[in-house]
Design a protein around this ligand. Structure first.
Ligand SMILES: NC(=O)C1=CN([C@@H]2O[C@H](COP(=O)(O)OP(=O)(O)OC[C@H]3O[C@@H](n4cnc5c(N)ncnc54)[C@H](O)[C@@H]3O)[C@@H](O)[C@H]2O)C=CC1
Ligand SMILES: CC(=O)C(C)=O
Length: 264
């Protein structure tokens, strides 16, 4: 990697107002990067709190309202960060949504909502980040949010699983095409992380399986070899590696970080 040399390296993290994205943003700041955090306008208060937490580490922060399903907004995010920090070295396309739905009951609108955020959003993010990094001539690190369901589906997460398989494919294609620019592209595949997303999944799965609230996540967590539900910090420490020069010889990979649910 040949990142911008004298200035601090910089990162953009989408879906950073809470959960895994917040964990990644704060971890990258502790690693010494200046970090721009992006999320939907409705998450502005939480996003400002994350920016304040980043500044407490001594690094610079920037909060930008961004809907990653919009090409205009995703391009504007990268442009604003490049103008503010001078360069973009790391882009973490973390934003995602989950919908719990049986395939036969899934309407087209719901299917397209999931694809719009989880796959189109990652495509637009990868594209905007790569264009900036190529223009800089510095190389860079592009990192996407996949999931263990990119390798094996969970019941009632069909469209979500398909979107994450898509992220795996996109990550491989981008890695191939952009290697000559010194850009590596990898994705992380968490398992069962205790965030707002799994609160929603638990509620819906419990409803579908006739279980009490909190019981579905408990049941699924029994398959975790390490015996505990994953935390955002577990994902963030792996993303810290992907964002660092230590991972310079790794590209095109979508790697399980799941406490041992799925062995590859
Ligand atoms: N929680 C889990 O168990 C797992 C999560 N993942 C993936 O990790 C990523 C983060 O997940 P969590 O933190 O658990 O979810 P979360 O629901 O807690 O946070 C997701 C964030 O993304 C933001 N977001 C949603 N749509 C957006 C859009 N169109 N534009 C910009 N931001 C948007 C939300 O406002 C929220 O702040 C997602 O891509 C998810 O699919 C993957 C595997 C497991
Ligand atoms: C939300 C998600 O990706 C899983 C595997 O739970």
């Amino acid at each position: 990697m040949n990142s911008a040399s004298n200035a601090a390296r910089t990162a953009i993290v989408t879906g950073a107002a809470r959960g895994i994205g917040r964990g990644i943003a704060e971890r990258l700041a502790r690693d010494g990067l200046d970090v721009a955090v992006a999320d939907l306008p409705g998450m502005r208060q939480e996003l400002d709190e994350v920016a304040a937490a980043i500044e407490k580490t001594g690094r610079r922060a920037l909060a930008v309202d961004t809907d990653v399903t919009s090409k205009e907004q995703t391009d504007a995010l990268v442009r604003e960060v490049a103008e503010h920090f001078g360069h973009v070295d790391v882009f973490v396309a973390n934003a995602g949504i989950a919908r719990v739905t049986a395939l036969l009951d899934t309407g087209l609108e719901e299917f397209e909502q999931v694809m719009a955020v989880n796959l189109r959003g990652v495509f637009l993010s990868y594209q905007a980040a790569a264009r900036q990094m190529i223009a800089q001539g510095t190389g860079g690190k592009i990192i996407g949010a996949a999931s263990i369901v990119a390798y094996r589906p969970f019941a009632l997460l069909g469209p979500y699983s398909a979107s994450k398989w898509g992220v795996r494919g996109l990550t491989q294609a981008a890695a191939l095409e952009w290697a000559r620019h010194g850009i590596t592209v990898n994705a992380y595949c968490p398992g069962i992380v205790g965030t707002a997303m799994w609160e929603l999944i638990d509620e819906k799965l419990a409803e579908a399986e006739g279980l009490d609230k909190g019981k579905a996540i408990k049941k699924y967590a029994e398959s975790i070899a390490l015996g505990r539900v994953e935390e955002p910090a577990d994902v963030a420490s792996f993303v810290s590696y992907l964002a660092s020069p230590d991972s310079d010889y790794m590209t095109g990979q979508s790697v399980m970080i799941d406490g041992g649910i799925q062995f590859s």
